[in-house]
Design a binder for this molecule. Structure first.
Ligand SMILES: Nc1ncnc2c1ncn2[C@@H]1O[C@H](COP(=O)(O)OP(=O)(O)OP(=O)(O)O)[C@@H](O)[C@H]1O
Length: 257
């Protein structure tokens, strides 16, 4: 049996305020696969993302990335591994420095990792711009001179600069205008297929997630209440809460149209 890209077992996250945010959650994710974590506000999605990225150490449970137990690694070992696991966050403007032009924002992770070569670096940045289908003419613009969708493409290019194997996408299109969401979602699908990335896609809009995910895990109060292939969960949700989420998604889609 091949080792999954990511294997999470009995993950438990508790905050100092003693909120049990994630309660013994387990799932696996293969390379080239998108697993969506869906659920209402406060169901524990972002807490799982933070624990997978080891931005917050879990209270209990195991997070294995390519077979390595992340919870057992010290900060130094984690720092070496971090480029392989990259986040993309919700707020495209907030995730970029307002000072940096798109070109420098994309070059920054290469510089930080000591991988910047003045001879080949600019070509690598152009390659990354091309990968996220961003016009090279926009490379000199700062975030406030770009649209939300363009900023999110810069954010994705920054993540790709690290040559990751796993993207943790925490509501990557929720803050964007509905008219540009499909473009970003399609880009993420294409990148996954082109580069063989694993994607943990966090969201609450099941209508959108149907177009992204191979599999879905539905969260409620920090626990997975239903999991399965996206098409199956969509066509025949087993849990009444999933049915509620689907109905809410349909309603939202109709309002947005
Ligand atoms: N830093 C924190 N300190 C204390 N409690 C927290 C913290 N972050 C999250 N929580 C609590 O943990 C639970 C899960 O929150 P989390 O943000 O993971 O859910 P979520 O599903 O991502 O929600 P949303 O969709 O609103 O972002 C909630 O009860 C939340 O109030």
């Amino acid at each position: 049996m091949t080792t999954p890209l990511l294997e999470v077992r009995d993950l438990t996250v508790r905050y100092p305020t003693s909120v049990l945010a994630v309660d013994r959650v387990s799932f696996t994710l293969a390379a080239g696969e998108t697993l969506a974590l869906v659920g209402g506000s406060g169901s524990g999605k972002s807490s799982i993302a933070a624990a997978v990225l080891m931005l917050r150490r879990p209270e209990a449970g195991s997070v294995r990335f390519e077979g390595r137990e992340l919870t057992a690694l010290d900060e130094r070992a984690l720092r070496r591994l971090r480029p392989a696991l990259q986040p993309v966050f919700q707020d495209p403007y907030g995730s970029l420095s307002p000072r940096l032009r798109a070109h420098d924002a994309i070059a920054e992770p290469l510089r930080v990792q000591g991988r910047w070569d003045p001879l080949t670096g600019p070509a690598r940045v152009r390659e990354l711009l091309d990968l996220v289908r961003l016009d090279p003419g926009l490379a000199r613009r700062r975030p406030y001179e770009l649209s939300g969708g363009q900023c999110q493409r810069v954010g994705i290019a920054r993540a790709l600069a690290c040559e990751p194997r796993l993207l943790v996408l925490d509501e990557p299109v929720s803050a964007l205008d509905p008219s540009v969401r499909a473009g970003i979602v399609n880009l993420l699908n294409e990148l996954r297929d082109e580069l063989g990335l694993g994607q943990l896609f966090i969201g609450h809009d099941l209508a959108l997630i149907r177009h992204v995910a191979h599999r879905v895990a539905v969260l409620r109060h920090g626990r997975i209440i239903e999991t399965g292939p996206a098409g199956q969960v969509w066509a025949a949700p087993a849990d009444p809460y999933t049915r509620e989420l689907l109905a809410a998604g349909d309603l939202l889609a109709r309002v947005v149209q």
